[in-house]
Design a protein around this ligand. Structure first.
Ligand SMILES: [Zn+2]
Length: 410
């Protein structure tokens, strides 16, 4: 592995603005993703992957063939996403590299109002002596997920350079629009082999094998409108009915009051008038059967509101979004068992961490390709205070190579 080359790659990729766009009619939702994809295809080709290409959706794929004697080893894939979050600017990213970090607060040179303090970023306490990459305080860094891209590219190149490396076929997949929830929309699971590893976000030696199971409810209230001056006994105010509905959602089952393994109901959008009103509610839980139990609970609240406001109609439409990958991963646990063994072989203990959200991996796992997620050395993602740790990125490069080696015994 070449650490300088890893850092240079990362700095090259964050240079291209690839913010995705919510509710875009186009895929990928921004031209920058195609531009970065073209660069990655050129680099994969230069490394020696003869089939590297970008498809009509902007997705980049390429295959590193097996080393001699390992042609029958099951193919695995390594996946990272090219877009960055729309939640902070990604234009004109000016990264600063801090070598041999001294453990003190970090001033961001483009925005004096922002300082990375140990109070806000407790992980900084463990970073003394390491190489950190920060922003200038006006944009995000894009380590989510360009650290993942750089890690995968460096792992591929170092496997190619190392004459003694042993691995089966490895497919590289760089996807688009993950941050807007569309990352798996145009991925073909058949092209990803027996197991896939997303290298996406998070810090340290973490492996994610559990995500939320998720659904969304749309609550539609129909009232009855008329002139307020002559409304007595006739008007049914949908705004009041919907407000009552929201009031009946327990505060103890909300994102702001729960953590760890607790699920929640999260009303996050509402609009309406006297005649009709609508709200959207996220339903989240680590236990998939709880989605329908929580859905029934919403319906029972709807009935209560109909009783309290005679004549009002409350309809609830629930759509499943994604499921906890744990249940499907357990059907073929090799993907994460080999990953955990690989990290132990490097002398580090893997930390299993729950994702209180979803990943491309949740959908790929549901489509039949077991896809755990590995940490990429990114901290405080989606923020102008985002930073990355080069040594953590190095560890994941070695981690991927060791995983590839362990698969040759399968
Ligand atoms: Zn990400």
């Amino acid at each position: 592995m070449n650490t300088i080359r890893l850092l240079e790659r990362f700095l090259r990729y964050v240079n291209i603005d690839t913010r995705s766009v919510f509710d875009s009619p186009r895929y990928p939702s921004s031209e920058g993703q195609r531009e970065l994809g073209r660069l990655l295809v050129a680099e994969l080709t230069a490394i020696g992957l003869t089939d590297a290409s970008q498809d009509e959706w902007g997705i980049v794929m390429g295959t590193l063939p097996a080393t001699p004697g390992n042609e029958s080893v099951p193919m695995i894939s390594w996946c990272a996403h090219m877009d960055t979050s729309p939640e902070a600017s990604g234009q004109n990213v000016k990264p600063a590299v801090i070598r041999n970090y001294d453990g003190q607060k970090i001033n961001l040179y483009g925005n004096t109002a922002i300082t990375l303090t140990l109070a806000k970023h407790p992980e900084l306490a463990e970073m003394c002596g390491k190489t950190l990459i920060v922003t200038d305080g006006t944009t995000l860094l894009g380590a989510d997920d360009k650290a993942g891209l750089a890690i995968i590219m460096e792992a591929i190149e170092s496997l190619c350079e190392n004459a003694s490396s042993m691995h089966g076929p490895i497919r590289v997949c760089f996807s688009c629009d993950e941050e807007t929830g569309c990352g798996a929309d145009h991925l073909n699971p058949q092209k990803l082999g027996t197991a896939c590893y997303t290298v996406d976000g998070d810090a340290g030696e973490k492996i994610n094998i559990e995500t939320f199971s998720a659904a969304q409810a749309i609550v539609r209230v129909t009232g009855q409108n008329c002139h307020p001056g002559a409304a007595k006994g006739f008007m049914i105010n949908a705004v009041r009915v919907l407000s009552r509905f929201i009031e009946l959602l327990p505060r103890a089952i909300a994102p702001e009051t729960t953590d760890e393994r607790d699920g929640f109901l999260h009303p996050f959008e509402m609009s309406g008038d006297t005649a009709s009103a609508t709200a959207k509610v996220l339903i989240r839980d680590f236990e998939t059967p709880m989605l329908s139990i929580r859905g029934d609970f919403l319906r029972s609240i709807g009935k209560t509101c109909e009783l309290e406001f005679p004549g009002a109609k409350v309809e609830i439409e629930i759509t499943e979004q994604y499921l906890n990958m744990r249940d499907d991963l357990n059907r073929d646990p090799r993907s994460f068992q080999l990953a955990e063994q690989a990290l132990r072989n490097l002398g580090k203990e893997p930390i299993r961490k729950l994702i209180r959200g979803g990943t491309d991996g949740s959908r790929l796992t549901a489509m039949g390709v077991p896809t755990p997620n590995l940490s990429a050395g990114a901290h405080c993602m989606h923020s102008v205070e985002e930073w990355a740790c080069l040594e953590e990125m190095e560890t994941t490069v070695q981690w991927l190579c060791e995983i590839a080696k362990l698969w040759t015994n399968e």
